[in-house]
Design a protein around this ligand. Structure first.
Ligand SMILES: [Zn+2]
Length: 415
């Protein structure tokens, strides 16, 4: 018996429309020929020629410090200020408060088509393990709609925040899926990186760094990270977020660093809403965009994901956890408007982050996991250009969200 039959849907790189049959959470049939009869399926959806893509993969978001509008005020709009005022607000976080805000963002993300998410959870002497206690139960609570990966993250540094290493260890013991560091916000970046790699080895987990987040190439810690990745044999298990400093290097130097990134099989996560907002703050004219060079990285074969990072807090004052919005931002801010660029941008919220998160069987082929989104458009480039609605979201082969938009053209009726 077929669990779900989606008839007449367009796939991103394929014409004509196909039928897709899902059995036990996997794609069991895909094509026009030999399509199963509707009576063989428990649920049948007529897609009406709409676009079907893999479920969206959010590779970098902070659920624990989301939705702080009204609690904090900023004036400078810089990264330093964001870290400082959020650190203050964090003193008043409780488990219930973190959970309530996280649930709001999870619901937004799921409605937008996100079926897998990696969230950073801050672990430090200010908030202790409250973030872990809040977010860990949400993994099970949301399991039917979304797979949640938790990265135990040292936002406040490790060496400049004594006790953090022990807390990271405890968070990993509690069930964090991976470990994350922030070497630019510490007194000894090299030692910070060394500790994160040692924790990853001890718990056999992947790593996700916030790295090189400045207008000028002040740090370039990514080189140290790449070197350690290779030395530890962690290729394919390390992601780096922001990496805006790469945009400040001339092309020859940038290509050198990109070659090192590619050789170490690092994944790069661009956070356009935050990076556009926080970078270039000291520029009085010709304000820089502060985005990592997405096209250059993609051309070198590096997987690049676009991710939300923050939702309505001092790091990013806007956001609805809709990954399609980030493709729209990147199309204009990273000059990605050709047909190939637009198509590549859809991969930056689906297959590329899936690679970075080491998710198996993501795609549109027989045997792939049936995590899917049906869009209110026909072609993949329209995901970026037209920001269509999400008609259906499917997780583990079951419809999790169904949404319709009703517009009544009263002015035409009144004629
Ligand atoms: Zn972040």
């Amino acid at each position: 018996m077929i669990d779900l039959l989606i008839r007449n849907c367009h796939l991103p790189d394929r014409d004509p429309a196909v039928d897709i049959a899902i059995v036990d959470g996997r794609i069991a049939h895909l094509g026009t020929a030999g399509a199963p009869a509707p009576e063989e399926a428990r649920e049948v959806v007529d897609a009406g020629g709409r676009l079907l893509t893999p479920g969206l993969v959010e590779s970098h978001i902070h659920l624990d410090k989301a939705l702080l509008t009204g609690r904090v005020t900023t004036t400078a709009g810089t990264l330093d200020e964001a870290i400082r005022v959020t650190g203050e607000a964090k003193r008043r976080f409780t488990v219930e408060d973190i959970q309530a805000r996280a649930r709001q963002v999870l619901d937004l993300a799921i409605a937008a088509g996100t079926t897998t998410m990696r969230t950073h959870v801050e672990v430090d002497p200010i908030v202790g393990l409250a973030g872990m206690e809040a977010i860990l139960p949400l993994k099970r609570e949301y399991a039917a709609a979304l797979d949640l990966q938790i990265c135990a993250f040292a936002q406040e540094g490790i060496l400049q925040s004594p006790g953090t290493e022990t807390l990271l260890r405890r968070a990993l013991g509690m069930g964090a899926d991976l470990v994350g560091g922030c070497p630019y916000n510490d007194t000894d970046a090299a030692e910070h990186i060394r500790i994160v790699f040692a924790l990853a080895r001890a718990f056999d987990v992947d790593i996700d760094f916030h790295v090189d987040f400045s207008d000028e190439p002040d740090h370039l810690h990514v080189r140290e990270i790449a070197e350690r990745t290779v030395r530890q044999g962690w290729q394919g298990r390390v992601a780096v977020g922001h990496l805006t400093e790469l945009a400040a290097l001339d092309e020859v130097l940038a290509d050198d660093v990109i070659a090192v990134i590619a050789a170490a099989k690092l994944g790069v996560i661009c956070l356009p809403a935050t990076d556009l907002y926080l970078m270039g703050r000291s520029d009085r004219l010709n304000v820089r965009r502060g985005l990592t060079p997405i096209r250059r990285l993609l051309a070198a074969g590096v997987p690049v994901a676009l991710a939300t990072n923050n939702v309505r807090n001092p790091f990013t004052p806007v956001g609805t956890a809709d990954l399609a919005h980030l493709t729209f931002l990147a199309a204009v801010a990273a000059h990605m408007g050709t047909p190939d660029d637009l198509r590549a941008l859809v991969d930056t919220i689906t297959t590329h982050p899936a690679r970075i998160l080491n998710l198996a069987d993501v795609g549109l082929a027989v045997g792939c996991r049936a995590d899917l989104v049906l869009w209110d458009c026909e072609r993949a480039d329209e995901v970026v250009t037209a920001q269509p609605g999400r008609r259906l979201v499917v997780k583990h082969g079951r419809v999790t969200v169904e949404s319709t938009r009703h517009v009544r053209w009263r002015w035409r009726e009144d004629k």
